[in-house]
Design a protein around this ligand. Structure first.
Ligand SMILES: Cc1cc2nc3c(=O)[nH]c(=O)nc-3n(C[C@H](O)[C@H](O)[C@H](O)COP(=O)(O)OP(=O)(O)OC[C@H]3O[C@@H](n4cnc5c(N)ncnc54)[C@H](O)[C@@H]3O)c2cc1C
Length: 430
């Protein structure tokens, strides 16, 4: 659309035209007051919004342009120089120069919001009708294939994203299978959450295979089967992969930035003087938890984009830069049930589980503090608990709040008391 040729100069340059990049552009343009802002994105057309992921767009011919992240016209109206179909290929932070395929841009401050690339298992790489749902064309080809209800779908990878796609495609008589090599879904949240997730998909008629990896692809004309390690054969005319994602930092290898599963940066999202990072690619020092972490969800990308854009503008135009002390958060709607998590788990938490007729709440605690909360429905209660997590929350306070909220609601608890499970949970949220 608007590639870059020759040598240009801009006050603020942003690499990435998706969630974090476009939020950064908006914030920088608002804060910049006369500074020039440029966005570089390698896609020809901007990505569709993924929050909520384009569930309706998968099954119905909705206008994808109506679901894009931002009105590009509005950004341009705010003076942002938007260059799509332009790829960043190198960075010299000492000279403050960004190399693009066709030219160079000198900057005052740079925001790196280049996200992640999907990781497709080698066995599935390069095969037709294997879709990762990263790009607009993935979504369009999936939608076209789904017009025929006899087309079977196998979703490989049962995280929040895989579960969402599965819930969108299930029903109406289509054969939909969910496959994951790990023995239980969302394992880091404990066995109750895994069981609830399994039950949701089972009720919807989804065939589920956990602890079973794909070992062979058997192609037979239009039909295809996957052989799993257990020997089970799964119909898979179409395969949707929601496996791992790798930070898109290959092009920064010789930049001198610290790269460790993402771009390492400080609490203000600064990777080095004049360079900020935001979104899925940023491994930032979160002062709320005193450790580095990487967000992998929309809410993180939008908030960090806004903050990195603001800090970049202030680092050039003057003003106090801000820290990012966000509580990790993810939301996922599956089969009509909203699943939300907020917090940060390190693997040694205990849990309290409260089930009611229309949902459940799981509290995660460590050293007499609440460190996380996961809810199936119970939206209002979740909002309160999530807000509390911005600061230190005594475990007993959270337990009392949940007890009071449940007993004053119309829900009839299935068990009269909160259950305490000393089970272990692990890892960063996915
Ligand atoms: C299938 C799927 C389902 C999801 N479901 C959910 C969900 O339910 N809830 C949730 O919270 N999150 C979900 N996510 C995650 C969410 O989409 C991401 O957290 C979010 O997109 C991250 O935004 P980002 O801007 O950091 O990176 P990305 O969206 O990955 O964007 C990166 C941008 O950088 C550009 N870029 C990269 N390299 C270069 C380069 N060298 N030169 C120029 N441009 C470059 C890309 O073209 C793109 O514009 C889902 C993701 C997927 C794939």
């Amino acid at each position: 659309m608007a590639e870059v040729r020759g040598k240009l100069t801009r006050d603020i340059v942003i690499v990435g035209a998706s969630v974090a990049g476009l939020h950064a552009a908006r914030a920088a343009a608002k804060a910049a007051g006369g500074l020039s802002v440029m966005v570089i994105g390698k896609e020809v057309r901007p990505r569709y919004d993924r929050q909520p992921p384009p569930r309706t767009a998968l099954t119905r011919p909705v206008d994808l342009d109506a679901t894009t992240l931002r009105s590009l016209g509005r950004l341009r109206g705010e003076g942002v120089d938007l260059r799509l179909d332009a790829r960043a290929v190198g960075l010299d932070p000492g000279r403050r120069e960004l190399q693009l395929e066709g030219g160079t841009v000198s900057y005052g401050a740079l925001v790196l919001a280049c996200g992640c690339d999907p990781v497709v298992p080698a066995l599935l790489t390069g095969r037709p009708k294997v879709i990762t749902l990263r790009r607009r064309k993935d979504l369009l080809s999936l939608r076209a294939a789904l017009a025929d209800i006899s087309v079977s779908v196998a979703v490989v990878g049962a995280g929040f994203g895989g579960g969402e796609v599965t819930s969108t495609l299930a029903g109406g008589g289509r054969t939909v299978s969910l496959i994951d090599v790990s023995p239980q879904p969302l394992g880091q949240f404990g066995s109750f959450v895994a069981e609830s997730y399994l039950a949701l998909h089972e009720e919807a008629g989804v065939a589920q295979y956990f602890g079973d990896g794909v070992v062979e692809v058997l192609e037979a004309g239009r039909s295809r089967l996957l052989r799993l390690s257990s020997g089970t054969l799964v119909p898979a005319d179409l395969i949707v992969v929601d496996g791992g994602r790798r930070p898109a930092t290959g092009w920064l290898a010789s930049s001198g930035l610290t790269l460790r599963d993402g771009i390492v940066c400080d609490a203000e999202l600064r990777a080095r003087e004049g360079v900020f990072a935001a979104g899925d690619v940023a491994r930032w020092f979160n002062p709320r938890y005193g450790t580095h972490m990487r967000g992998k969800h929309w809410a993180n990308a939008s908030e960090q984009g806004r903050l990195a854009g603001l800090n970049a503008a202030r680092s050039v135009g003057g003003g106090i830069t801000e820290i990012c002390a966000a509580v990790p958060y993810v939301r996922s709607d599956q089969h009509g049930v909203r699943i939300q998590f907020a917090g940060f788990l390190s693997g040694d938490e205990w849990t309290l589980t409260q089930r009611t007729t229309d949902g459940s709440i799981v509290l995660y605690g460590r050293e007499d503090e609440l460190v996380g909360v996961l809810a199936f429905e119970h939206r209002a209660l979740f909002v309160r608990l999530r807000a509390m997590l911005a600061g230190a929350v005594a475990w007993e306070t959270a337990v009392e709040l949940v007890g009071a909220a449940i007993s004053t609601s119309q829900d009839k608890p299935r068990s009269p008391r909160l259950r305490r499970d000393p089970s272990r949970h692990g890892g960063e949220t996915r």
